[in-house]
Design a protein around this ligand. Structure first.
Ligand code: GLU
Length: 296
C-alpha cells in the first residue's frame, strides 16, 4: 500500500515555527517511505481566519522547497460532503440535534451527558448536531509514544459534528477528508493527541480502515504557551529559509552536519529524508526551543 501523508494547516495566520515543525515532520515521514505528501487547507472557521493566509502558507511551503503531491484541497469547498454525512446519520438516528449551551454543560460537570439524545428535536434552530457515541475509543497507539489513553468521560461523550453557529466540526471534516484523500498516516502536533480518540471513533462508525498516528513535540514560546497563529507567533521568513529550516530540523532531533547545513535548501531536505528516523524525535510532548540564532 502506498503511504499517503498530509499537512493540514488552518489559515488563521502565516506559517510560524511550530507549523513548520509539523510540515517538516509529516514531509520527512512521508518521503522517507517514498510516500505522497498532500496539503489540505483547513478553512472551516472563517471568523478565525486571516485574509490571504492560505496563499501565504502555500508560498512559504514553496519557499522552503516543500513540494506537495496533487491539488491542494480546501475544506471550504467540501461542505456538501460533510453535510451529506450528517444528514445520513440524522436520518438513521445515529446523530441528533442538541439545544444545550456550553454554560449548561459546564454546570453539569463539563462533559455532555446525552441530555437531548431522546428529545427528538425536529426544528433545529440554534442547535448543534451531536453524534451518538456507540464506538468509543479509550486508547490508541502512537508510533512514537506507544499506547495513549483517552479519559473515559471524554471518549464516551456524544461529541459535536456541526456547531450551533452552523460551522462543521474539525473532527468530522478532518476524518472525512483524510478518508477521501486516501491518507494512511497522520503526522501532526501533540496538541491534537486528545481529539485522536474521537477521530478513531469516526473511522469505526464509518467502517473504514484506521490510519496510524505520529504526534510531534509541540513548540512553546518563552512563556510556555503553544506557538500559534492566534497568539500571533512570528511568521517564518520566506526569503531566507535556511535558519528556520535548520532550527526546525534540530527541533525534530536531527544533527545536521556543517557541510549539509550550508548546502542548497533542496539538498538539506534530501539529506533529511535520507536520515529521518522516528527514534530521533525527542520524547517530550512540549518543548521550548533554544537556539543560538534567533530565527524561529
Ligand atoms: N488544521 C489543524 C491545525 O492547523 C491540524 C489538523 C490535523 O493535522 O489533523 O492545527
Amino acid at each position: 500500500m502506498t503511504y499517503i501523508g498530509r499537512f493540514a494547516p488552518s489559515p488563521s495566520g502565516p506559517l510560524h515555527f511550530g507549523s513548520l515543525v509539523a510540515a517538516l515532520g509529516s514531509y520527512f515521514q512521508a518521503r522517507a517511505q517514498q510516500g505522497q505528501w498532500r496539503v489540505r487547507i483547513e478553512d472551516l472557521d472563517p471568523p478565525r481566519e486571516m485574509p490571504g493566509a492560505a496563499d501565504a502558507i502555500l508560498r512559504t511551503l514553496e519557499a522552503y522547497q516543500l513540494h506537495w503531491d496533487g491539488e491542494v484541497v480546501y475544506q471550504s469547498q467540501r461542505h456538501d460532503l460533510y453535510q451529506s454525512q450528517i444528514d445520513h446519520w440524522l436520518e438513521h438516528n445515529a446523530a441528533y440535534y442538541c439545544e444545550c449551551t456550553r454554560k449548561q454543560i459546564k454546570a453539569e460537570g463539563g462533559f455532555y451527558r446525552g441530555t437531548c439524545r431522546n428529545k427528538h428535536i425536529t426544528s433545529p434552530k440554534a442547535c448543534s448536531v451531536r453524534l451518538c457515541m456507540t464506538q468509543p475509543v479509550y486508547q490508541f497507539y502512537d508510533i512514537k509514544h506507544g499506547e495513549i489513553k483517552i479519559p473515559k468521560p471524554l471518549a464516551d461523550e456524544d461529541f459535536i459534528i456541526k456547531r450551533r453557529d452552523g460551522l462543521f466540526a474539525y473532527n468530522l471534516a478532518v476524518v472525512l477528508d483524510d478518508i477521501d484523500q486516501g491518507v494512511t498516516e497522520v503526522v501532526r502536533g501533540a496538541d491534537l493527541i486528545e481529539p485522536t480518540g474521537r477521530q478513531l471513533s469516526l473511522y469505526k462508525l464509518l467502517a473504514k480502515p484506521q490510519v496510524s498516528y505520529l504526534h510531534l513535540p509541540l513548540a512553546l514560546d518563552q512563556h510556555g504557551h503553544k506557538l500559534s497563529k492566534q497568539n500571533h507567533a512570528t511568521a517564518i521568513d520566506d526569503h531566507q529559509p535556511r535558519p528556520a529550516l535548520l532550527n526546525a530540523m534540530q527541533f525534530l532531533g536531527f544533527q545536521v552536519p556543517d557541510d549539509v547545513s550550508q548546502a542548497k535548501i533542496e539538498e538539506i531536505l534530501q539529506w533529511g529524508v535520507a536520515h529521518w528516523q522516528v527514534s530521533q524525535l525527542p520524547m517530550a510532548l512540549e518543548i521550548t526551543p533554544r537556539f543560538s540564532n534567533a530565527a524561529r
